[in-house]
Design a protein around this ligand. Structure first.
Ligand SMILES: O=C(O)CCC(=O)C(=O)O
Ligand SMILES: [Fe+2]
Length: 435
């Protein structure tokens, strides 16, 4: 028996780095998935023997069968492994006959054929219904705060404390520039894989992220430390961007950078401090994200639950394809952040929590696939200081001078998030100050 990965039809999916060639390996993968903090989120397809095409009783039957057999040499069952305990056979052409059963002779894994059989017929439909209900629920729940950049700084601070995210309107970035940047990002992300891979960086997470086991539908181009001289030019040279594309990227990233600085000073003011929140020495990273969604990925996760590691993030979300969800800090519920054209989303990151001595909340969020359409987002991450340690200013520490976190190096923290598999900021505990 042979296993492969299921790819959406509409993208140039590369072959991912893992190949499953036996039932044993499949079971190992399922088991690993159960134990793993971060779901592996893979979809596997299991090749079946071609079925003999039945004789057509009449023309109408023939048409139906033509539809069914269209362009298919093989038959596939789909085994989807999306999260803990989640072993699902979504609807496939296998509904035409009894499904194949994975043999389970190995005692060491508590995984039985029954798990597969029980879930296969109902799972896909149930999953879709649950997703639909969840979406409806979310729509009726309270939404994230909306902030006008001209609002009082105290209101912005309140949103950072209570939600750790807000939708920003009247932000000063021209709408035309936003749509131009979206179009440029789309055309660059549609380039062949070999071109996108030229956007490499020696350090993990700072260059191109290809589709991978943890995020099989997501790839992303990156400009690391975008305010440093030559970074836009280098990026454009890497991927052969045209003169026009280069101009748009440059205008956009600097407009966003100005906005980030403006927002930074409002936060300072709102907290009763003066000066800039971050300086030129703080690296900022721009990411152009593409969620390669298709009918097969509806209901699955495009970006796993995480917090952003840096200070804050300014996000241009896809204005037509929703999917961003944030955790409401007071209720713990997931709230769908629906797009509003021409606006931006701001997320507070882990460094803001540290810098504000725990006042700001770093928001947990993820991106789900609600619709089978490609989703695009463009993100500016204000990260953390390069040459200094992250620490709360004395004014925010309070009269008892109790710092929640010891001063630490942002890059050390960023690496720890990866090595300790802490996508939602758990590694911050390692820097908690002792009493
Ligand atoms: O695509 C989105 O809407 C969110 C992206 C995101 O959370 C991130 O890149 O950290
Ligand atoms: Fe994020």
């Amino acid at each position: 028996m042979e296993f492969g990965f299921l790819f959406p039809n509409n993208t140039n999916f590369p072959v991912p780095p893992v190949k499953i060639t036996s039932d044993m390996q499949l079971k190992w993968l399922i088991e690993l998935n159960k134990r793993h903090h971060t779901p592996l989120c893979v979809t596997l397809i299991r090749r079946e023997q071609p079925m003999n095409r039945p004789n057509a009783a009449n023309e109408a039957d023939d048409e139906v069968r033509d539809e069914l057999y269209h362009n298919r040499d093989d038959f596939w069952n789909t085994v989807e492994i999306a999260r803990d305990d989640d072993v699902v056979f979504p609807e496939t052409n296998a509904t035409q006959r009894p499904p194949e059963i994975v043999q389970d002779n190995e005692e060491e894994f508590p995984f039985t054929n029954d798990d597969l059989i029980a879930s296969q017929s109902i799972a896909a439909e149930t999953k879709r219904r649950i997703l639909f209900r969840e979406t409806e629920d979310m729509a009726s729940k309270s939404k994230i705060p909306v902030i006008d950049l001209q609002d009082l700084p105290e209101k912005i601070v309140k949103a950072c404390e209570e939600w750790g995210c807000f939708r920003l309107v009247n932000h000063g970035v021209p709408m035309e520039l936003m749509s131009q940047m979206k179009a440029v990002s789309r055309s660059l992300l549609d380039l062949p894989m070999e071109m996108k891979e030229r956007n490499s960086h020696p350090e993990h997470g700072k260059g191109y992220i290809p589709l991978n086991m943890a995020s099989p539908y997501f790839d992303s181009l990156s400009l690391y430390d975008m305010a440093s001289p030559g970074v836009v030019d280098d990026f454009c040279a890497q991927i052969d961007a045209s003169h026009n594309q280069r101009e748009i990227i440059e205008k956009y990233v600097f407009a966003l950078y100005d906005l980030a600085q403006n927002l930074g000073s409002k936060l300072m003011k709102g907290l009763g401090l003066s000066g800039d929140l971050f300086m030129k020495g703080w690296p900022c990273q721009v990411r152009m994200n593409k969620y390669n969604y298709s009918p097969e990925t509806v209901g699955l996760t495009g970006a796993v639950m995480h917090t952003d590691p840096g200070l804050f993030t300014i996000l241009q979300d896809d204005e037509t394809v929703n999917g961003l969800e944030v955790v409401n800090n007071s209720t713990g519920e997931l709230v769908s952040v629906d797009p509003i054209s021409g606006t931006l989303v701001v997320n507070v990151g882990d460094m803001a929590k540290v810098w504000s001595n725990g006042r700001f909340h770093s928001v947990k969020h993820r991106v789900q696939c609600y619709k089978p359409n490609i989703r695009l987002s463009i993100v500016l991450f204000v990260l953390g200081p390069k040459d200094e340690k992250v620490e709360a200013p004395p004014q925010l520490v309070g009269s008892d001078s109790r710092r929640l976190f010891v001063p630490f190096d942002f890059e050390v923290y960023r690496k720890l998030r990866t090595t300790t598999n802490s996508p939602t900021g758990e590694a911050l505990k390692l820097f908690l100050a002792k009493d």
